[in-house]
Write a protein that binds this ligand. Structure first.
Ligand code: DC
Length: 218
């Protein structure tokens, strides 16, 4: 599954993975984990050679949780608590643009998906990492709706939120992901496209599950 920032790929992907009895991997976590480590070590996200060397030096592990997620561990540490802050979000599309970074992540992702039975989501999964995936989805939603969802999530968590700033951040990341030279975000010709602007999480998941079932019966 591919799609732009904040479209709900992770929530939808994890839900359908559970229904199918599959594992689930959010590949954005890997790019975020590297961004967090690079910032922590004082490297500029734009510094390709330094960031790629760091990525190659780190020990990457993926451990399965009780609910079927493949969680990213770097040098033995669960990255979950570090990778969602604004600084990491704002810089991850810069880190993800380096060729050596993408090569390494693609290698890890192919290893994790080689036996099938996994829902994987990101920006280049259907176009580059698994061009022969059994089923491909491109999930989209208007930028207003994506910013609104994020705004509501932050408010519900009692965190400060500025709708305009959220929207600007999403647009900037979209632009970086769409204009990237190597494997930019795009819709695979054979992907099922879903616009989730006016749909709930469960409506999107049900649409996908019906289509998956039909495809496997064909
Ligand atoms: O899905 P996300 O917003 O957590 O992803 C974080 C960043 O990683 C985002 O800027 C795009 C990048 N990314 C990518 O380039 N390729 C992927 N397969 C997944 C994420």
């Amino acid at each position: 599954m591919d799609g732009p920032a904040g479209v709900g790929k992770s929530a939808v992907g994890h839900l359908i993975a559970k229904k199918l009895g599959y594992g689930f991997l959010n590949t954005g976590e890997m790019y975020r984990a590297l961004t967090w480590k690079a910032l922590e070590r004082g490297f500029a996200p734009e510094d390709g050679p330094a960031v790629v060397a760091l990525a190659q030096k780190l020990k990457w592990e993926f451990r399965t949780t009780a609910d079927g997620r493949l969680k990213t561990y770097v040098d033995g540490e669960d990255v979950g608590a570090h990778i969602r802050d604004e600084r990491v979000s704002a810089n991850s599309s810069v880190v993800a643009a380096h060729a050596g970074v993408r090569r390494l992540m693609c290698r890890l992702q192919r290893r994790l998906g080689k036996d099938g039975g996994v829902v994987m989501e990101g920006r280049d999964i259907t176009t580059h990492v698994f061009p022969d995936a059994e089923f491909k989805i491109y999930l989209d939603a208007s930028v207003e709706e994506r910013a609104d969802r994020r705004y509501r999530q932050l408010r519900a968590a009692g965190k400060p939120a500025d709708r305009q700033k959220i929207k600007e951040g999403i647009l900037k990341r979209d632009l970086n992901d769409l204009q990237r030279k190597i494997n930019p975000l795009s819709r695979a010709a054979d992907a099922m496209a879903i616009d989730s602007t006016k749909l709930t999480l469960h409506q999107v998941a049900n649409k996908i599950l019906r289509a998956v079932k039909n495809a496997s019966c064909a």
